[in-house]
Design a protein around this ligand. Structure first.
Ligand code: GLN
Length: 485
């Protein structure tokens, strides 16, 4: 069954001529059609995908191929895609069609991937459960009454249910890693500056990064290879050589030191999550890594610090949605001010409004020093904590999220408890460093558990290698939800 294969395996099947891209795309489109209750996609482009597949098959026949030619992919609906709707999960952009492609979309199209659709997400990437989406929540394929995580929940659902072999996501505070953990996948948030943000609708510009949501470290490496690299159109993208991620997978783990921050193994962590994390760490020891206790003393300040900085940046970024230039505009209004007010009142959902209000407040004269400047100082202290920790270890490990996927509706009326599900992921964004989540087991109700590994800036090869070596020794990443196997 082709849908059960990893991206790497499908690439080999296409290469050997065992299947055509058109057949492959049709297989996945059929699965998407049968799994609409998961609400993984906002847009599916059957016709476009089949046309791209035909052209990929022609290129293959003419010998013009790369590793990704003809392989299906889905993009989070935060990436602008020419000719296809880009909604960002919001009513504000419900009918928006971008005139250009995001760099990530363009690069993946250049390598020959076939874009089958755009995935569901929390509105403007604000959320941890995909429940703030204007298009309704995505459902976790491991248990449909559970959330998929967020904000890249649709991408995680699509890969977990094998509606596509791989998808893109973005991560501002955990939005790749937490849904990857909740859905049993491998999700990598690269270092800040590694992947271009051009054409990726901005949430919090100093924190946002795009990355792969995949079945395995090997697939994540393949996808990151195509996504990463300098882009003159993004002033924060770094002009630094992109290493060969696939060949880095084979490097040994023996001799490396993995630090376990005591703050990541506290009482907030579910017993099953703690247990699976320790079992995974024991596996790393078997592979030759050494474990050592460390401390990230200011971790607890991560959430409050993030919830000043991210809303502040968001309030500025979202000021462009004013009903004048593009996107939603209210139907009737008397004057310009009323047009602005009604457009934004009707176009944004409650969580987005909450962020805009907090951000505007934190940036306002008189409060700027008390909140925004203070948060920036704490951000620096958190980055310094990591720097200090990396003097004692090569990587840092802990649970990706304190719990497994929670129930739909469980946290929607309690924003702070929702925010806390990112407690272990958020600090890597504040420090700009890379982190990966890998599946390491299941709780007693059959929901996946993720382990997070964090590295130093631009050490994506090291993280992918650790994940790959672990996945060579275990098979958690090969499990499929029973309705989709
Ligand atoms: N859950 C966090 C928030 O709501 C982070 C989301 C993200 O990484 N995009 O802001």
């Amino acid at each position: 069954m082709p849908y059960r294969q990893t991206l790497s395996a499908l690439s080999a099947m296409l290469e050997r001529g065992e299947i055509s891209s058109v057949e492959l795309i049709q297989c996945f489109l059929d699965r998407i059609g049968r799994s609409q209750d998961l609400n993984a996609f906002i847009t599916v482009d059957e016709e476009g995908a089949l046309a791209q597949a035909q052209s990929a098959d022609r290129s293959r026949a003419n010998g013009h191929t790369g590793a990704l030619t003809g392989l299906p992919i889905a993009h989070k609906d935060i990436f602008c895609s020419r000719g296809l709707k880009t909604t960002c999960g919001s009513r504000m952009l419900e009918d928006f069609v971008s005139p250009y492609d995001a760099t990530v979309v363009e690069r993946l199209a250049d390598t020959g991937t076939v874009l089958v659709g755009k995935t569901n997400m929390d509105e403007f990437a604000m959320g941890s459960s995909t429940e703030t989406s204007w298009f309704g929540p995505a459902r976790n394929p491991w248990n449909r009454s559970r959330v998929a995580g967020g904000s890249s929940g649709g991408s995680a659902v699509a890969v977990a249910a094998r509606l596509v072999p791989v998808a893109t996501g973005t991560d501002t505070g955990g939005s790749i890693r937490q849904p990857a953990a909740f859905c049993g996948l491998t999700g990598l948030k690269p270092s800040y500056g590694r992947v271009s943000r051009y054409g990726m609708i901005a949430y919090a510009s100093s924190l946002d990064q795009a990355g792969p949501i995949a079945q395995s470290a090997e697939d994540a490496a393949l996808l990151l290879q195509a996504m990463a690299g300098f882009d003159p159109r993004d002033a924060t993208s770094l002009d630094k050589e992109v290493p060969d991620y696939t060949s880095a997978l084979k490097h040994p783990v023996a001799g490396l030191t993995i630090g376990l921050p005591k703050e990541f193994f506290d009482s907030s962590v579910d017993e099953s999550v703690g247990y699976a994390s320790h079992a995974a760490l024991a596996e790393f020891e078997k592979l030759g890594a050494r474990l050592t206790d460390i401390s990230l003393p200011h971790s607890a300040a991560g959430i409050p610090c993030f919830y000043v900085i991210a809303p502040a940046e968001a309030s500025s970024n979202l000021s462009r949605f004013d009903g004048v230039r593009y996107g939603y505009r209210t139907e009737s209004y008397r004057d310009l001010n009323e047009m602005y007010e009604k457009t934004r009142a009707e176009g944004f959902g409650i969580e987005v409004k909450r962020r805009i209000m907090i951000g505007t407040f934190a940036l306002s004269a008189g409060y700027y020093d008390a909140y925004y400047r203070k948060a920036q100082k704490i951000r620096q202290i958190i980055a310094d904590d990591f720097r200090e920790a990396f003097r004692h270890c090569d990587y840092i490990a802990g649970p990706t999220s304190p719990t497994t996927a929670f129930a739909l509706g469980e946290k929607t009326n309690d924003p702070v408890s929702m925010y806390l599900s990112d407690i272990f992921t958020i600090t890597a964004n504040l420090a700009g460093i890379p982190a990966i989540s890998i599946p390491v087991g299941f709780d007693n109700t059959g929901l996946p558990i993720g382990l997070q590994l964090t590295g130093q800036s631009f050490d994506e090869p090291g993280l992918l290698k650790l994940a790959y070596r672990y996945q060579q020794a275990t098979d958690w990443h090969r499990h499929l939800p029973k309705d989709f196997s």
